[in-house]
Design a protein around this ligand. Sequence first.
Ligand code: SAM
Ligand code: DTB
Ligand code: SF4
Length: 329
Amino acid sequence: MNTLEITCSAAPTARPSRWSVPDIEALFKLPFADLLYRAQQIHREHFDPNAVQLSTLLSIKTGGCTEDCGYCPQSAFNSAGVEERKMLAVSAVVEAARAAQQKGAGRFCMGAAWREPSEEDMESVVEMVKAVRDLGMETCATLGMLNDEQTEQLRAAGLDYYNHNLDTAPEFYGNIISTRDYQDRLDTLERVRRAGMSICSGGIVGMGENLTQRAGLIAQLANMNPYPESVPINNLVRVEGTPLANTEELDPLDFVRTVAVARITMPAARVRLSAGRQQMSDAVQALCFLAGANSIFYGEQLLTTGNPDVEKDRALLDKLGMYPLAESH
Ligand code: SAM
Ligand code: DTB
Ligand code: SF4
């Protein structure tokens, strides 16, 4: 029995102040049942295990992005057939948010295909954030890198969460993106934290990373002090025309393991079962909830790719005896 196993059985909630990559790798390698049991225990100590937080995404500015992210259909470097569109009008965004709220979403996330917003972009985004907040929804935005002034503008507008993903481990990052570096991402997250907004940050698995690199991503997130309030775990959506289109599909059980490890290392975070759900069976999604996922993207569209129908998701939650957070009993 190794040290980790002893820690597991003796003190299931013991949590090092800093996670090493080998410790996280050891979690990944636990027998599946032991890993899920440990994740379940931690999940139940911090959350109602049957309540799921629902976030709806809207692409407020689609396509033509100047970054070369290898996974992304919106990069101008890729040929995924996503046409560049101009930014949506504030009224269209509010209408979409209201519709999402009526369907039960509690959080509305506005995404833009930018390396970073311009001053002019910020004026519209600030209006959008204020208007969505006035509906009584939680607000989230993902606009790329931010400077101090932009961060402050978003905070003053009342933005609740800023989404900026680390995407993968520092060692693997250069295989996927070359137009900005890991430190740029950490700097933006640090600004968001200093301004007092909550952080939504996670990554993508299934991009050809190895287990050590997958553990490296989780270590980066879990060792942030404090760790993100919201952690999206995306399964790569392999879009034709992107360099990663032909990447070998991740074993679904390895995706479940990633969710469980995120839960164990970030006990009080909302771990979101994010992109890739449309390609996932109900059974795999159920395992993700068992592993500690307690949030999903809700609504037929992610940014440019599809997501399960609202009716299908409602049926799945019903089947599992689960309910949206706002409707918890
Ligand atoms: N442009 C901004 C940025 O990159 O920060 C915000 C939008 S960007 C599309 C938000 C996130 O979507 C990326 O960081 C990445 O994690 C995720 N994403 C993009 N394409 C994806 C894909 N094909 N599969 C899974 N996740 C994806
Ligand atoms: C996140 O972690 N995943 C979402 C959201 N944050 C912005 C985006 C997923 C995008 C999937 C590909 C697309 O639809 O373009
Ligand atoms: Fe641009 Fe964001 Fe897509 Fe990268 S992930 S290409 S920054 S929209």
